[in-house]
Design a protein around this ligand. Structure first.
Ligand SMILES: Nc1ncnc2c1ncn2[C@@H]1O[C@H](COP(=O)(O)OP(=O)(O)OP(=O)(O)O)[C@@H](O)[C@H]1O
Ligand SMILES: [Mg+2]
Length: 462
């Protein structure tokens, strides 16, 4: 079978079935990763885009059904095949309903499995409609328009659900393109202020003198050119939310005025004498380190504490690789829908998803958005995004670990066993360093059980 380079995850707790099946699949050109529990399978799925998941339904702990649900939700293009115990066909039917491609009943002949795999893959290749349409993002992976499946994002959704309905000031931090403005909008939409305005003001986009007028408004004749009086953004946001973006760039004088607004809920328009009371919720964002700015005397400490009542930090995309497949799909659907004519139901090949997960995304989600948009342009007339539709610098990145692998074989040859043991030792040392000596964490980092790590350390003399 010509399924070279198909990545397959086999999930089966019975080693006597799993190990030989994995070996024979490897002989048939599949790259196989084994998991002996549902928990382990989910861990693998969160960091790698497999082409195929082959799972037993009955597993201790997390069931095969949950593995399938999760796999299909994250990677609608994945081919899922279930292994069922004799006499439990009803479960297999449930799995098919969830989107599994086929099932094999235990005990099965290897040929039967191979046949089922090749039929499923062939059907996938020919199929015109696709799973993205069916795979609706579940509520647990979104909060308003924010998408995320990773632990930090799910924690963030919980925090936002608690904080949004209150009147609390929130300081949103994170690198460029991580979604700070989207978080601010989500907070506004999750509050009772949603029927009033969300007003955004970027403090860095406007020269300082104008910024003050923009924020507080001005009366007629307040300064040269002020022929009319004008409402500032603060007043526009009355009863709603004011989002102060790049707040770290505000001048000290303006910082003092803002502090007064937050404390007293009142201000005067530029050139005006009347004090105006205001009901506004303030959200602020910055990609600079305000604590460092305080130390340099560029940001007021008292204002920092007023803004930072609830800190919300958005980790960079490279630290939540697990979110990339969902985000990429979401952006593909969103951007495809906005085109004229719309291109609905576009899919990403699993190769593409793997490559996107390997890249480091210095521009975070905004950069991902640009890459998806470009891919849509380059894939005109097709329904699937392929590797060639990605920019060359993203096509070129390779997994840093495998990229460092050997590239030549010494003339005199080498002892493969010694070489592999040596690599094992190096990774064990690296993982223990990273886990500060904690063996359980180190084992997690290497995808091993703690006992297996300890055994290996003994065997290798680490
Ligand atoms: N979790 C997410 N789910 C879906 N889309 C997202 C998410 N985070 C960001 N985006 C999208 O990525 C783009 C950038 O997000 P946003 O403008 O909120 O980032 P930012 O942190 O404010 O960036 P900057 O610091 O450059 O202003 C937007 O189009 C936004 O819709
Ligand atoms: Mg922004």
């Amino acid at each position: 079978m010509s399924e070279i380079e198909k990545h397959l995850l086999i999930v089966e707790d019975e080693a006597a079935l799993r190990v030989p099946t994995a070996e024979r699949l490897t002989d048939h050109g599949f790259t196989v990763v084994q998991a002996e529990s549902g928990e382990e399978a989910l861990k693998h799925l969160s960091s790698f885009a497999f082409d195929i998941v082959l799972t037993d339904l009955r597993l201790p702990g997390i069931t095969g059904m949950e593995v399938i649900t999760e796999a299909i939700e994250r990677y609608p293009e994945i081919t899922a095949i279930v292994i069922t115990a004799f006499g439990t066909v009803e479960n297999a039917v449930d799995a098919l309903k969830l989107g599994a491609a086929d099932y094999v009943s235990k005990p099965f002949r290897f040929d039967a499995l191979l046949h089922s795999l090749s039929t499923a893959l062939e059907r996938k290749r020919l199929r015109s409609e696709n799973a993205y349409l069916k795979a609706q993002l579940q509520e647990r992976y979104r909060f308003n328009n924010l998408i995320g499946a990773s632990r930090p994002m799910r924690d963030l959704f919980e925090l936002l659900a608690t904080v949004a309905p209150t009147n609390t000031t929130v300081l949103i931090t994170g690198e460029t393109g991580t979604g700070k403005e989207l978080v601010a909008r989500a907070i506004h939409h999750g509050s009772s202020r949603r029927t009033h305005r969300f007003v955004a003001l970027s403090c860095s986009a406007i020269p300082e003198t104008l910024l003050e007028a923009e924020l507080f408004g001005h009366v007629r004749g307040a300064f040269t050119g002020a022929v009319d009086s004008r409402l500032g953004r603060l007043e526009q946001a009355h009863k709603g939310t004011l989002f102060l973006d790049e707040v770290g760039t505000m001048s000290p004088a303006l910082q003092a005025k803002l502090l007064r607004v937050i404390q007293e809920r009142e201000f005067e328009r530029l050139g005006g004498t009347k004090t105006i009371g205001i009901d506004v919720r303030i959200l602020a964002a910055t990609n600079s380190d305000l604590v460092a700015l305080i130390a340099e005397g560029k940001f007021r400490e008292d204002l920092y504490y007023r803004l930072n009542v609830i800190p919300v930090h958005l980790p960079p995309l490279r630290e939540r690789q697990e979110d990339i497949p969902l985000l990429a799909q979401h952006l593909l659907q969103r951007l495809g829908r906005d085109l004229t004519p719309p291109r609905k139901g576009m899919v990403l090949s699993q190769d593409v998803v793997r490559q996107l997960m390997t890249y480091s995304w210095p521009g975070n989600i905004r950069e991902l958005e640009n890459v998806v948009e470009r891919a849509l342009t380059f894939s005109q007339g097709r329904s699937q995004i392929e590797l060639t539709h990605l920019p060359s610098h993203i096509q070129a990145v390779s997994d840093s670990v495998t990229a460092q692998g050997p590239s030549t074989l010494p003339d005199q040859g080498l002892s493969l066993e010694t070489y592999i043991k040596d690599i094992e030792r190096q990774f064990i040392k690296l993982s223990l360093d990273k886990a500060k000596g904690n063996k359980r964490r180190a084992a997690d980092l290497l995808g091993l059980k703690r006992t297996t790590l300890v055994e290996k350390m003994k065997r290798l003399g680490c």
